[in-house]
Design a protein around this ligand. Structure first.
Ligand code: SF4
Ligand code: SF4
Length: 367
């Protein structure tokens, strides 16, 4: 049977526009009642990368979350919201700074805090992910400096609590190793339903410092891999060029072949996004096969702190898994000999003060 993915237009984040679009997306899949039953506890998992306000386009927009909270309640189920931001940022701070604390107050919905960790196959997951009956995944359509794109599959890495995320980067320093841990996490907390916020998306230096794009749609389905494959097609990429999609597809965790995906609602061809600039194409270097290691020696890239923008908040320093960042009043710097290029510092900097510097060869290989 083909995987089903619905694409629905949603022009902006006006409440009524979002509610109608979310309902349409779920109805195309058979209605929310197919996935959520009366009395169930439903964890809504947005992308809450950091304490960034809705207009920054970094986190899933609160109006999308509100519409899903209402849909879940409409089934007689009990919603709650939970995510773990990047690096050293606490969930409480991110809930407050992203507008989710206000939303939770207005809707009377519980925000989850990490009260325990459950380690499954070596992956430390926030215990509350196992205390619900269903998970609804609400990713944001963005680029990602390490993985190329962050979509439905990558969003479930937020189940890994706090600085454990950085620790996993340390344990699995290359993108090829890290993606395996990331897919392990996805497999443990695989969601029942996915709704991607592509109303305003982010390209270039995502997931936190990129360019905002008014792409104007939602993408929904039950198969996270199929949704990311449609995301890739919409921006003119091949699904299997995305490391997370490739690994998840290899493990048979979802569909990446467009021949086996039924598109509902809007078509892909009519909604192609022009010029969606993806910074890293990690798959490209692998085509070099046995020469990859030799050429990789001459490729130089890594994070760099822009002193003019840095506000000395210390978040990057506290989030770095290998203590490669020094921040003080005179000077802030990154020791590239220690740095494992996990890009956590770039993700968590609230002031867009960390950029990825590349030499000529790195640019040639799209790194
Ligand atoms: S680079 Fe960014 S995260 Fe690091 S101290 Fe400066 S402002 Fe804070
Ligand atoms: S300095 Fe390097 S290792 Fe540390 S967080 Fe930044 S990219 Fe990761």
């Amino acid at each position: 049977m083909k995987a089903k993915v619905a694409i629905v237009k949603c022009k902006n984040y006006e409440r009524i526009e979002v509610e109608q679009a979310v309902k349409k997306a779920f109805d195309l899949l058979g209605g929310i009642g197919v996935f959520v039953k009366k009395g169930e506890r439903v964890l809504i998992k947005p992308n809450m990368l950091s304490a960034r306000m809705p207009e920054d386009g970094v986190c899933t927009h609160p109006e999308i979350i509100r519409a899903v909270v209402k849909s879940v309640r409409g089934c007689g189920a009990v919603p709650c919201i939970g995510d773990n931001p990047g690096g050293s940022i606490s969930p409480a701070k991110a809930y407050e700074g992203s507008g989710l604390a206000l939303l939770a107050k207005e809707e009377g919905v519980e925000l989850k805090e990490v009260k325990g960790i459950k380690v499954v196959n070596g992956i430390p997951i926030a215990a509350y992910f196992f205390e619900c009956d269903k998970i609804i995944n609400l990713p944001k359509m963005k680029t990602h400096s390490l993985m190329g794109l962050t979509g439905a599959v990558k969003n479930m890495y937020g189940a890994v609590a706090g600085l454990h995320k950085s620790e996993l980067h340390k344990r699995f320093p290359s993108a090829e190793e890290f993606v395996k841990a990331l897919i392990d996490a996805f497999e443990i907390v695989k969601p029942s339903l996915v709704l991607m916020d592509g109303v305003v998306s982010m390209d270039q230096a995502g997931p936190a410092a990129g360019r905002l794009r008014n792409t104007g749609f939602l993408i929904a389905g039950t198969d996270s891999v199929a949704i990311d494959s449609v995301f890739a097609e919409l921006i003119g990429m091949k699904p299997l060029d995305i490391l997370t999609t490739k690994e998840a597809y290899k493990r048979k965790l979802g569909e990446a072949d467009l021949e086996n995906i039924e598109i509902l609602g809007e078509g892909i061809k009519e909604n192609l996004v022009n010029d969606f600039n993806v910074p890293g194409k990690p798959g490209l270097i692998t085509v070099l096969g046995p020469y990859a290691k030799f050429i990789a020696r001459f490729i130089k890239f890594g994070p760099d702190i822009d002193e003019r923008l840095c506000k000395k908040c210390m978040i990057c320093r506290d989030s770095c898994p290998v203590s490669a960042v020094t921040v003080n009043s005179e000077n802030s710097a990154i020791d590239l000999k220690k740095c494992i290029k996990c890009m956590c510092c770039h993700e968590v900097c609230p002031h867009k003060a960390i950029e990825l510097k590349r030499n000529f060869l790195a640019k040639v290989f799209g790194l």
